[in-house]
Design a protein around this ligand. Structure first.
Ligand code: CUA
Length: 338
């Protein structure tokens, strides 16, 4: 789909008109000065042309007034561009707290997507209209980039870390997404579509495939298989490893007094490289899981740890409850044992 402006993609998210406004402002300023300078140039060429072969022009001295003017005006204009686009940028790249989370794993050359209920899809992303969606993304191999032109949002997908982006679609329909980072032979084929549905339709779609395991539940099973529970007991019993209940989104004090926020990246690092950030009061006894877990499994473990928010003894951080609810609710229904 195309918008009414040539070469501009369809506009289908809450951010897209804001990005477009900055873009049109930039284009407008550029066009205005191009026309102004061209017109003055042509006028001067004609007005001050050489009229006789031996003409000597009148000498001219500099003008401080003029120079100040043509320094200050462009400075002010560039500051409006800077201020405005910085505002849009920060909005674009600060994901809201209450967003629905979807996991994205890039690999040569496809996009693997998993919803927090467990529903998986490849090169397709189904989302409800009018809801904030946060994509938590990583890759199994090289750098890719998840780009949805109609939503004016784009973010690198980098090996060994999580990146996020968010959007809220404003209309239903099918919108293309692309890999926007050259990643090898079939880079140009690494494409797919976002399918934006009415919330009710989306719920039907999500409920359509029932034999799926939610990432949080799969993570819980992994947690058992890998023997994590022997140190990280549900409520911190045993005391060999830090308690995981309420960990996600909380502040942790490390050895040496440094404080960090326990987000996805921190949990991931602590699984793969446990010695990197030791929580105050615990010894360096955890083995590394580097090379033993796939990106999918890491995401599952993190989804499980994020779901451990019930009976939260921490001072409830704003991230705790909304992040836990999509992951925790299917788990509750899927495993009556807990
Ligand atoms: Cu993946 Cu280009």
């Amino acid at each position: 789909m195309q918008s009414w402006v040539p070469f501009v993609p369809d506009s289908a998210s809450t951010m897209s008109w804001k990005v477009d406004a900055v873009y049109f402002y930039l284009s407008g300023v550029t066009l205005f000065f191009t026309l102004l300078i061209s017109a003055i140039l042509i006028f001067f060429v004609i007005r001050y042309r050489r009229r006789t072969p031996y003409e000597i022009p009148r000498p001219i001295a500099g003008s401080h007034k003029l120079e100040t003017l043509w320094t200050v005006i462009p400075f002010l204009i560039s500051m409006t561009i800077f201020g405005w686009s910085a505002k849009v940028y920060f909005e674009q790249y600060s994901p809201p707290q209450n967003a629905m989370e979807v996991y994205v794993v890039g690999k040569q050359w496809m996009w693997k997507i998993q919803h927090s209920t467990g529903q998986r899809e490849i090169n397709e992303l189904h989302v409800p209209v009018g809801k904030k969606i946060k994509l938590i993304m990583t890759t199994e191999d090289v750098i890719h980039d998840f780009f949805i032109p109609a939503f004016r949002t784009k973010m690198d997908v980098v090996p060994g870390k999580y990146t996020v982006q968010w959007f809220e679609a404003t209309k239903t329909g099918k919108f293309d997404f692309y890999c926007a980072e050259y990643c090898g032979m079939n880079h140009s084929g690494m494409i797919g579509s976002v399918i934006v549905m009415e919330p009710r339709e989306f719920d039907n779609w999500l409920g359509g495939n029932t034999n799926t395991t939610s990432p949080a539940l799969a993570g819980q099973q992994l947690f058992q298989t890998l023997g994590c529970a022997s140190c990280h007991g549900a409520a911190g019993e045993g005391g060999r490893g830090p308690a995981l209940h309420g960990l996600y989104g909380s502040q942790q004090t490390l050895q040496g007094g440094q404080k960090i926020n326990a987000d996805e990246a921190y949990i991931r690092e602590s699984i793969l490289n446990p010695q990197a950030k030791l929580v105050d009061g615990f010894g360096p006894i955890m083995p590394t899981f580097q090379g033993q877990l796939s990106e999918d499994q890491l995401m599952q473990l993190i989804a499980y740890i994020k779901s451990l928010q019930t009976g939260n003894t921490q001072t409830g951080t704003p991230t705790a409850s909304p992040a836990a609810s999509p992951a925790a609710s299917p788990r509750a229904s899927a495993s009556p044992g807990r």
